[in-house]
Design a protein around this ligand. Structure first.
Ligand code: PLP
Length: 450
């Protein structure tokens, strides 16, 4: 029996691909979580993707709940986005000169998030947060950055300490290669704990350049900010002359037309509040519609400290790449209210169904949701009080996710290969795709119970 199984595994083109990849690429992957390290087995090597589906090199189709880790808000290979890319590519792949497409995209960002008055385009979320850190230090003349445990802001040296996403998946405290001097300039605080932020500012206030936070964290699983947390950060940073950087790389243009900030701002104003405005926003993922675009935005008075106007240097050969910008701009133009209503509906259906299936199987858990982003935390601790920070996210029974993940995969549903990642849905997740997921959930829940 096991011999037959072993032979079957070795015949799987995914296995052959993984073996070959490991001969040429560290760990066989271009980004760590893709290696299935925490769930085990061979990563699926994808050959194509369309709408809510991805197809691996064995020709097997899966309903996709990864959505390229967020960018595919409209689903994969949306015909209008592909056409825009093809048209742009035919006009030239890269100019290294300004284009009107960049201006259109910057203006579209500002239309959705007015406080992003000036927008600098970069290629990755990492570059956006790295630039935000440099700009904050350049403008304030201060060295320290505050971040929260479990928040991931890309692989920026200053921001890797106790980071979420792949750093959490691999249970790493940070990264080798980050010097002690760099690490010493980052203060890591527990998430959702304004008292800890107050205390850090009481001790180091005059040396803190910025607080950076995920607008609503989704890289330690989905852990939304408690009501008033982001506003509290705004109050404290303003009082001490530090900047507030709201990292919307993951949430921006995904959880709503104006990102998480837009949702909070609208809710606050509805209840008679004045809203809040961070100093800098970082965007990525959806803004590129599946191509490498990210951005940094804020008031002109801050952003114009960037070169060529100001002394804070930032540049990029492929920044504002015309083909990538065409994908991003078309995606944003298509991402209307109906798209956000749809992804919210699908997320509600799936998160409720996942919770019901797990309850029916007797698996203690909590499902946490922020707009259309959601994830499951396993174990009695999470089930009783929910998860408010990284320590609690790490304390869950993450081994249960391995069985759950593989049962879903066997049933043709591709979940993120880590319990610390959000599940992503798209406007292309129609009834057929949703039903396939709903059908797969009960057996996966029983697998998690074992
Ligand atoms: N910030 C957040 C909140 C993210 O989720 C990510 C990536 O997952 C990044 C920054 C880094 O973006 P990138 O992977 O494009 O460098």
């Amino acid at each position: 029996m096991s011999e037959i199984k072993t032979r079957a595994v070795h015949k799987d083109p995914n296995h052959a691909a993984f073996v070959r990849a490991q001969g040429a690429i560290p760990g066989g992957v271009s980004s760590p979580v893709r290696a299935y390290g925490s769930v085990g087995g061979d990563p699926r090597f994808l050959a194509s993707a369309r709408g809510p589906y991805v197809t691996d090199v064995a020709g097997r189709e899966y309903v996709d709940l990864v959505c390229s880790w967020g960018p595919a808000l409209l689903g994969h290979a949306h015909p209008e986005v592909v056409a825009a890319v093809q048209e742009a590519a035919a006009r030239g792949l890269s100019f290294g000169a300004p284009t009107l497409g960049e201006v259109d995209l910057a203006e579209e960002v500002r239309r959705r998030v007015p406080a992003a008055e000036h927008v600098r385009l970069v290629s990755t979320g990492t570059e956006a947060t790295m630039t935000a850190v440099r700009l904050a230090r350049g403008v304030t003349g201060r060295p320290l950055i505050v971040k929260f445990a479990g928040c991931y802001h890309g692989h920026v040296d200053a921001l890797l300490a106790e980071a979420g996403s792949g750093v959490a998946t691999l249970a790493m405290p940070g990264s080798a290669g980050v010097t002690e001097a760099t690490a010493a300039e980052t203060l890591v605080l527990p998430y959702n704990d304004l008292a800890a932020v107050e205390a850090a500012f009481t001790q180091h206030g005059s040396r803190i350049a910025a607080v950076i936070t995920e607008a609503s964290p989704a890289n330690m699983g989905v852990v939304p900010p408690h009501e008033g947390f982001n506003e509290g950060l705004r109050r404290i940073t303003s009082r001490h002359g530090a900047l507030l950087v709201l990292d919307e790389v993951l949430t921006g243009f995904r959880v709503g037309p104006s990102g998480w900030w837009g949702l909070e701002d609208a809710a606050d104003r509805e209840s008679g509040g004045a809203g809040y405005t961070p100093d800098l926003f970082t965007f990525g993922k959806v803004i590129g519609g599946g191509m490498p675009v990210a951005a940094l935005g804020g008031p002109a008075s801050l952003m114009d400290h960037l070169a060529p106007l100001g002394p804070v240097y930032q540049a990029g050969t492929l920044s504002g790449n015309p083909v990538a910008v065409a994908a991003g701009l078309t995606t944003l133009r298509l991402a209307d209210d109906a798209v956000y209503a749809h992804v919210n509906r699908v997320a509600a259906t799936l998160s409720e169904a996942a919770g019901e299936a797990l309850s029916a199987a007797g698996v203690e858990h909590v499902v946490q949701r922020a707009g259309s982003l959601f994830s499951v935390f396993f174990g009695p601790l999470a089930a009783v009080s929910g998860v408010r920070d990284y320590r609690q996210a790490q304390a869950q029974e993450s081994f249960r996710y391995t069985a759950f993940f593989h049962a879903m995969l066997d049933a043709g549903v591709a979940l993120p290969p880590s319990v610390f990642e959000a599940w992503f849905v798209s406007a292309a997740h129609d009834d057929d795709a949703v039903n396939r997921i709903l059908e797969a959930l009960p057996a996966a829940a029983w697998a998690a119970a074992a």
